[in-house]
Unconditional design. Structure first.
Length: 194
């Protein structure tokens, strides 16, 4: 499952969320791309963005108290609206902000967020370059080895208010901006409830 929609929430809600994220305390991550130093910079036919720095903000996690009640309150209507599109019952596992700084191109490390059955949501806070790339490769219990090759299924360009909703077993990767000053997203993980 892969679904994208522009202006998923009203413009006033988009502006309020962007303004609040502009005021939050972000943690610096010198290797937000997740690319190990000893890994070949070309993986699966794609150049990896090595040494990509950026910022991270935990908004909600099942094992911690919410970091910012106001931002959490602004994210919950997005979660509720996303749930209307999903074919299964879910519970919220995590909401996190990611802010990427300009890089020299390439993609960040292809990954899945959780191995348990889930849906992942990427909400774009600002207009920027730095697409999210979705690959044909999917994680399964039977095929849990990291792929040697990645075929692009689809990409999503960051545009304020846009959302991408997809099965959490789809390998995906962000791309650092090259022309924009920042690329800011909110990542949400919704675990399937049996």
């Amino acid at each position: 499952m892969l679904y994208q929609e522009s202006d998923f929430i009203p413009k006033y809600h988009q502006r309020a969320l962007a303004a609040e994220l502009g005021e939050v305390k972000w943690g610096f991550n010198p290797n937000i791309s997740g690319v190990p130093d000893d890994l070949d910079p070309d993986i699966g036919g794609h150049r990896l963005a090595k040494d990509q720095s950026g910022f991270y903000c935990n908004i909600f996690s099942t094992d911690r108290e919410p970091n910012n009640d106001l931002i959490m309150g602004l994210c919950l209507p997005i979660v509720e609206q996303v749930c209307e599109y999903l074919p299964e019952r879910v519970r919220l596992a995590r909401i996190a902000g990611r802010l990427l700084l300009p890089g020299s191109g390439g993609i960040n490390m292809p990954h899945i967020d959780y191995s348990e059955k889930n849906y992942t949501v990427v909400y774009y806070v600002n207009d920027s370059d730095g697409d999210t790339i979705f690959f044909n490769q999917e994680w399964t219990e039977e095929n849990s080895d990291y792929p040697d090759w990645f075929d692009v299924r689809e990409s999503s360009s960051p545009e304020a208010g846009k959302v991408a909703i997809f099965s959490g077993n789809i390998y995906h990767a962000s791309s650092p901006p090259v022309r924009s000053k920042t690329r800011m997203v909110i990542n949400m993980n919704l675990m399937v409830v049996d």
